[in-house]
Design a protein around this ligand. Structure first.
Ligand code: F0G
Length: 458
């Protein structure tokens, strides 16, 4: 087998600003060791997120020029709508400015006190939009998905038995919908199998509940099904994606991921009353239903991106290049969440720096070290993001996993960037005994990870 090469040539480039180790030392101190506080021009490889960071194609840029900016009835909307309908098979397509805007509209209508929303794993914004209405969000991830060191094909699956138990406990009348996040971002970018989607659908049918997909990374999920699930090896990824959506009544989408654009999203559904209510809210909060918080040109770019993301040469490159990084790290003994996910590699901080206890933020220590070593920006997904302090006892309650996410922007970095990245991570791993724990010197009352300031503990 020959090297899998990037399935594109580069027409437009963005220079990287190289910093020295000494400069990075000062930048880290100024940023309070928080990667969100570092200016992007001071980053060499930016893996903070795969969201809105994709490189667009020449055809997408052409679409930007061709965008119809009419307030109502824009031709760009109809192109967008027809592409989303073709993939999702849903009757009503509502554009939003990004994924969380679709969530906000959906849960404003269906949420409220006394309502419960199960998911394999809610993403933070999904959970926040549910909880903001007074409803409760529950993660029902399959057991194997909770163990970073275990390799399995579909660690993003929902625990179907737990779902049925949950519905019986809470009462189906209190559950407005069941959600499946494909791929499961909070659980390591792991895919959900078609079998699991079908089983969840069956339970939903039994209790008369709608099923929605959080479809941000639907194409990556569909490609994993093609690679790993029996019976799908000869189907096209588009057919697989269409089948995934066929079991759902609707979807929320952040186009900033698998539509290969820098901004955008949508809400798709079959229920006419729900769509009418959603459009009414859309007009108040986002915009008229044929642009929904976006410019006409953005809708063109999304339509074109949805076409390109399902090309198998693209998906092969995408999934294999993430795996390439994962395998390089595993070969060097670096502990990662296994197997490699679709959009990101997650370092397992608990095994990387076993001597730093959760309340001293082992993940944050690795994040800082990666920046210092090579100007790499990553993000902690562990005790900084999800750790809580018991109000009564003052005791620190860590989340189950301490991870560092290295999210890979789509079509942005080449194999030599990834080789450099692996060298940086492996170097930090070799010096892991020197890593220090951190303490927080400032934190905001909510979502502290964005603005917190830290200090190394001597
Ligand atoms: N759902 C999932 C699974 C996501 O990963 C995200 C965003 C959203 C919903 C919200 O979409 O950002 O367009 O409003 N994830 C980004 C990330 C921010 O870095 O993982 P959005």
């Amino acid at each position: 087998m020959k090297t899998i090469i990037e399935p594109f040539k580069i027409k437009s480039v963005e220079p990287i600003n190289f910093t020295t180790r000494e400069e990075r030392e000062n930048i880290l101190i100024e940023a309070g060791y928080n990667p969100f506080m570092i200016k992007s021009e001071d980053i060499i490889i930016d893996l903070l997120t795969d969201s809105g960071t994709s490189a667009m194609s020449a055809k997408q840029w052409a679409g930007i020029m061709d965008g119809d900016e009419s307030y109502a009835g824009s031709k760009s909307f109809f192109r967008f709508e027809s592409k989303v309908k073709e993939i999702t098979g849903k009757k009503f397509i509502i554009p939003t400015h990004q994924g969380r805007a679709a969530e906000k509209i959906l849960f404003s209508i269906l949420g409220g006190p006394g309502k419960y929303f199960p998911n394999n794993s809610h993403f933070d914004t999904t959970r926040a939009n549910i909880e903001f209405t007074g409803a409760e969000a529950y993660d029902l991830l399959t057991e194997v998905g909770k163990h970073p060191e275990i390799r399995a094909d579909f660690k993003g699956n929902m625990d179907v038995e737990a779902l049925e138990k949950f519905i019986k406990e809470k009462g189906s009348e209190n559950i407005p919908l069941v959600m499946l996040t494909v791929t499961n971002n909070s659980g390591g970018g792991q895919p959900v199998s078609m079998q699991n989607i079908k089983e969840v659908r069956k339970v939903c049918d039994k209790y008369g509940l709608p099923l929605f997909l959080d479809a941000c990374r639907f194409a990556e999920n569909a490609y994993f099904i093609k690679l790993r699930e029996k019976g799908y090896e000869n189907k096209s990824v588009k057919e697989i994606a269409q089948e995934m959506f066929s079991y759902a009544d609707g979807a929320t989408m952040s186009a900033k991921k698998d539509a290969l654009v820098n901004i955008g999203g949508f809400l798709a559904m079959n229920d006419e009353t729900l769509a009418m209510n959603a459009r009414n809210l859309l007009i108040v909060t986002e915009g008229f239903p044929t642009y929904g918080g976006l410019a006409g040109r953005d809708l063109e770019a999304i339509a074109q991106g949805l076409e390109e993301v399902l090309q198998e040469s693209y998906l092969q490159y995408r999934i294999k290049s993430t795996e390439y990084l994962g395998n390089k790290l595993l070969d060097a003994g670096v502990p990662i969440l296994e197997p490699p996910g679709g959009h990101a590699i997650y370092l397992d901080a608990k095994r990387f720096t076993p001597d730093i206890p959760p309340h001293q933020f082992p993940g944050q220590s690795i994040v800082a070290a990666l920046y210092l070593e090579g100007g790499v920006r990553s993000v902690e997904i562990g005790s900084v993001m999800f750790g809580k302090t018991d109000k009564a006892t003052g005791e620190f309650i860590p989340p189950p996993m301490e991870l560092v996410r290295l999210a890979i922007p789509r079509r942005v970095y080449t194999q030599s960037h990834i080789d450099y990245l692996a060298e940086v991570i492996i170097e930090v791993y070799k010096k892991r005994d020197k890593l220090k724990g951190f303490e927080i010197v400032y934190e905001a009352p909510m979502l502290r990870h964005f603005t917190a300031k830290f200090k190394p503990i001597d």
